[in-house]
Ligand binder design. Structure first.
Ligand code: 5GP
Ligand code: MG
Ligand code: MG
Length: 182
């Protein structure tokens, strides 16, 4: 994406995010309270802040692993392909798995990753996304837990980038372009 001048308007505060994660952690603990060891899988790179905060609220035996997927092709195509750039280090067969994503947008990434991990025979496979943009969905896919539903806006912060910038903002902000080009 070519860089255009922009400002960031706060959409979800750090405090609101923290409170929501605390609430979600209770639901996840209720689901996985009996687990031997939950494999928490962060999708790189956007989920790295979310997963860090989430696992510290999970009073469960966990292992953390990461997977990097990249979607490419024309984003207006409903058959976008997803490539795995970095796979998990550990096998997940017979294990409890929680996939952690930053945003479910068209749904292609989450759909592909969940199908891939399901094919490896986990005991339980669940997913959580901090943000969900249901109006953008192209494939039928919904995370088991969602932090916040948001409208079709381009957001940054809390791990999420614009051209690799703004991942370190403590809140979720909406990008507003200031060059008047819409
Ligand atoms: P999907 O396969 O669901 O279309 O793609 C999800 C991915 O697209 C997210 O994990 C994220 O990397 C990217 N994405 C979707 N919406 C936004 C957004 O508003 N801002 C940024 N920075 N990335 C987004
Ligand atoms: Mg992502
Ligand atoms: Mg990105």
């Amino acid at each position: 994406m070519a860089k255009r001048p922009y400002v960031i308007d706060e959409m979800i505060s750090a405090k609101t995010i923290a409170a929501r994660i605390e609430g979600l952690s209770h639901e996840i603990r209720a689901q996985f309270g009996d687990t031997d060891k939950l494999v928490v899988v962060g999708l790189l790179r956007g989920s790295f802040v979310f997963i860090a905060d989430l696992v510290r609220e999970l009073d469960l035996p966990i292992e953390v692993d990461f997977l990097e997927a990249s979607s490419y092709g024309d984003s207006t195509e409903s058959s976008r392909e997803v490539r795995i750039l970095k796979d998990l280090r550990s096998p997940v067969e017979g294990r409890d798995v929680l996939v952690v994503e930053d945003i479910v947008d068209t749904g292609h990434t989450m759909h592909h990753v969940l199908n891939l991990l399901a094919s490896r025979g986990p005991a339980r496979l669940k997913s959580i996304a901090l943000l969900d943009k249901p109006s953008r969905r192209e494939v039928d896919c919904r995370a088991d837990w969602i932090g916040f539903e948001i409208p079709d806006e381009f957001v940054v912060g809390y791990g999420i980038d614009y051209a690799q910038r703004d991942r370190n903002l403590p809140f979720i902000g909406k990008v507003r372009f200031t060059d008047g080009a819409g």
